[in-house]
Each structure stands twice: as structure tokens, then as C-alpha cells.
Design a binder for this molecule. Sequence first.
Ligand code: PBG
Length: 328
Amino acid sequence: MEGVVYHNTLRRLRRNRMVRELSADVVLTHKKFIQPLFIYEEKVDENTVEYADLKPETLSSILYRIEKDLQSGIDKFLLFPVPARKDDFSFSFSLQAVQQIKNRFANDLWLAADVCLCSITSHGHCGLLNEQKDEIDNHASVQLLSDYALQLAQAGADCVSPSDMMDGRVAAIRRKLNEQKRDEVAIMSYSAKFASHFYGPFRDICKSYPANGQLTDRRTYQIPVANSNDAIESALRDYHEEADILIVKPACYSTDIIYRLSRKLNKPVAAYQVSGEVAAIELLHRQHQDEKRAAYLETWFSLARSGAQIIITYAARHAKEWIESFKY
Ligand code: PBG
């Protein structure tokens, strides 16, 4: 229309860096990040390592890796042990890994240990199979998983992190920890873990592809992607069974769940940016020379906006540097 002048309104707060910084309502800090670490019992085959931040360590390399991570400001870790021998339910390698790390760093770091069977069983499922080998036996799985969790706690883990998605495991773990006077050990449970197609690189590294006869995926225990009620129910159940931190994953495709849980429950919600989400960013970066750190930061801000209080990401070790350099 002739003569009409369109004034700046919302653009006043976008005009330059200073005003964009002032008007930002989400602040990120590296203190809220957790770094996952893979540890192999055997030598790492460099050919299987696709992305630098997913590189598995060994007993001889992990202390150096952690030292460097501590120097970059990260002091919370989530450990995934990958034993050389399958079906060894003495868990000796996992326990050794936890002991070695805690012996060296004691309380200079906070160490959560994954509690799951998928990298241990020869069939790659997160629980034990029944006799007919056509279903996961929930009861037997929970008994073994809760024993494993207790042993990880006794080895020195500050936190145990059940990712198996069996029913009742948080209550069973809490009970055993309390009975054995490990009531100070926290539980960070995968409370809303979808049966996602974004876990591929992780399964390559952990050699944990589910492959048993007809049971070739995890859909009988992980949450159907079309069922948000199930995700909320699962998280509520873990909350009532006394989980201390509630993980939601895959992070960027579950912001609806993060939003709802963070408003409903007074426990920290942790968004886990999984291996396939990382792979997507890395691919974008390789093919379009996109600024990788900007892409990661965008995902982290969006997770924080949706209500995540904790972010678990393979790129956690860069969080301090990248957040400081963020271009508002
Ligand atoms: C299984 C487990 C998985 C992840 C963490 N724990 C994968 C799966 O369910 O197969 C995925 C993490 C990632 O993709 O980064 N216990």
C-alpha cells in the first residue's frame, strides 16, 4: 500500500550481537554435559572408527583420554564397556574398567556406568532370552541386570545407568543398592527410550546388533515411536521407582517428551543425543563444509529450550570451547 511504513518491531531485539545476547532466554553451560566413553577389552580396529568422538578407548588409553577431557572442562562421564568375550556374566571387564578409572581419578570425576546386556550377550539383546529363545525373559533379565548394577556400584561407579528397558529394573536396582549400603549411588535410567533407527553407529561400536532367529529388533522392549503415552508412562514409572535422572532419547526427535517430562516431574531430564544424530551432523559437515560446531550448538539450544537440564552427547568434550565461541 502506498505511503505505509513498516516499522521494526520484533527485529529490534535481533539487530546486533549485543541485543541478541541480552534477549536470549536459554543459557548453555558445559557443566550440564555428560561425555559417553566406550572402552574395549581388545585392541581397537581403527577402520571401524567413523567419527572421532565415538572412538573407543582401551584400558591403556582411557586414562589419558579422560585427563584430556578433564582439561577441556568435562568431568561427568557415561561408560560403555565392550568385553572381548561374549556371554561372560562375571562382568569382569566392566568392573575392571570402572575400578581403574575410579582408582586413578577418585572424586575428580563423576562416573556413570551403563547397565545393559547388549554388548555382552552373543545374540545382542539387552536382556536374556527365554528357554524357547523367542522372547526376552523379563524376570531373569532384571535379576541379572540388578546384580550387575550392584557390582558396578561396588567397583566404584557414582551412578548406574540402566539402558535395557526391562520392566521393574529401576526398583530392583534401587532395592539391591540400598540393601547393600550403596544408597548413595544414583540411578540415571533410560526412562523414555524409543525403538529408534538412530542407534546404528553405537551398535557397530558395541557389537550389539540384536540378531536371534525371529527376534531381530528391540521393539518388544523399547518404546514404539508412535506411542507418546508409553514414553510418559515409562518415565513416570521410573520416577516412582526412584530413578534420580531421567534420560530421553533420541534427543532431538523427542523434544515433545522432554518438554512434557520437564514440566511434570521434579527430577532432572537428560537428553541423549545418540550416535545416529551425531552421524547426521557429521555428514552435513562433510558434504557441505557446514560449520559443525554451529550445528551442534543449534541442537543443544533446542534441547535446552525444550526443557532438558542435562545433555549427553559424544561432542560434550567440545562444549566449553564451542559454547564460549557461540555467535549470537
Ligand atoms: C543399548 C543402548 C543403545 C544406546 C545406548 N544404550 C542402543 C540400542 O538400544 O541398541 C544407543 C546410543 C547411541 O546410539 O548413541 N543398551
